[in-house]
Design a protein around this ligand. Sequence first.
Ligand SMILES: Cc1cc2nc3c(=O)[nH]c(=O)nc-3n(C[C@H](O)[C@H](O)[C@H](O)COP(=O)(O)OP(=O)(O)OC[C@H]3O[C@@H](n4cnc5c(N)ncnc54)[C@H](O)[C@@H]3O)c2cc1C
Length: 448
Amino acid sequence: MNLTGLESIVGASNVLTDAAMTESYTVDWTGRFRGSTPAVVRPADTHEVAEVVRWCAANGVAVVPQGGNTGLVGGSVPLRDEIVLSLRRLDAVSDVDAGAGQVTAGAGVTIGDLQRAARATGWDYGVDWGARDTATVGGAIATNAGGSKVARYGDTRAQVIGVEAVLADGSVVAHLGGLLKDNTGYHLPSLLCGSEGTLGVVTAARVRLVPALSERVVALLGFETVDQALRATSVLRRSLPSVEAVELFFDDGLALVRETFGLSAPFATPASAYLVVEAADHEDPTDTFASVVDELDVLAASVATSSDDRAALWRYREAHTEAINLIGPPHKLDVTLPAVELAGFVGEVRQRVAAVLPDARVWLFGHAADGNLHVNVTGVDPDDERVDDAVLSLVAARGGSISAEHGIGTAKKRWLHLNRSSEELAAMRAIKSALDPRGILNPNCLLP
Ligand SMILES: Cc1cc2nc3c(=O)[nH]c(=O)nc-3n(C[C@H](O)[C@H](O)[C@H](O)COP(=O)(O)OP(=O)(O)OC[C@H]3O[C@@H](n4cnc5c(N)ncnc54)[C@H](O)[C@@H]3O)c2cc1C
């Protein structure tokens, strides 16, 4: 492929072709999805992104937009020799409006940097998750990222007021004025949220901020059964408006995390299910929090208020993803269940996987407040989809969604019909062909 046209747009040093330089852009975070690319192109601004996409359209070259490459469904890597369009250089946070509680951020700004910029003005960004220092604003919008605070602040879609994006013909749509009420037709930001790079390349976003809450308390709670943990989740959410996160994991995951990272046991008495709960307010929520915890059916509890102690309790939960990945590329099946189905699903999913592949191991953890479980299965060949089929079919049979927050990517395309009717799929295809008639934007992602 002759890349001189691209070099003239972004400069030769920003068109990477050497395999050693492109390697990290062609394999996903889990190591399950690997591809190759003729080039990784690194534009510096919206104008260069538009020129690159225009060049791709003119030359019929497919392109995979990429941010931090922390996506977990194989949607961020070039599986059929597409060009990788890396947005990481669009990393400016600008125009913080401390009065309105809004900020404009480039697509390549990490979520951690966005949070820090907001906090410097007395605000905060309401979406948070473990990959915060690598995942980007563009990737978060493209996957409609959720994380641990969705029950309180909503998902990424709920934060986005406006976007700037480059469409498949290289034209730029921008709506960054920050008006909260603006009913002037189709809301393109909502459409781009969760579109996984298939409808446009996000170059910047105007997002709303939430008040920064300085008083925080974190508790680790141990339960004898998952039912007790889920009942406690409901009580905590109902009784404590200050609750920001309620995260679930189990004894086997805790043992793995402790063994992998040399962490001590949180309690003398082992439990079966655990919750990490965080509450935050302008006033210290510890006493109210402790009185609600006293009413719960807990086996053991540890409460932390200092920043280091809070981080130590969070580590038991946040280290799950990394510890599981170190076993070998997992099949990551992030799903939501209706609240009434969650406990039953936890019991049944292990049996379903064992029936298909007795040697596979199932690791469960997730965002209990949203009914969102991360089903991770290790000991499975990357291409063996029997386990995926068993788990996702069970989710659909119990009225759940096969993707809670990571998207569909390449990994779940085959099963999209479990959640979407043929009419819905036809409508999605019509939108895709209207905005990307030549199918150059992330063609292997989302739509079967
Ligand atoms: C340890 C760990 C924990 C995680 N926990 C969570 C969690 O709790 N909640 C959650 O939601 N996710 C979680 N994730 C998944 C991941 O961080 C999110 O999906 C994130 O939004 C991806 O952002 P990214 O910048 O890395 O995007 P990438 O991985 O680079 O891309 C993801 C998708 O977005 C598209 N894309 C990227 N940038 C753009 C752009 N500018 N314009 C258009 N399309 C674009 C890509 O083509 C791809 O389809 C976790 C990941 C890890 C590694």
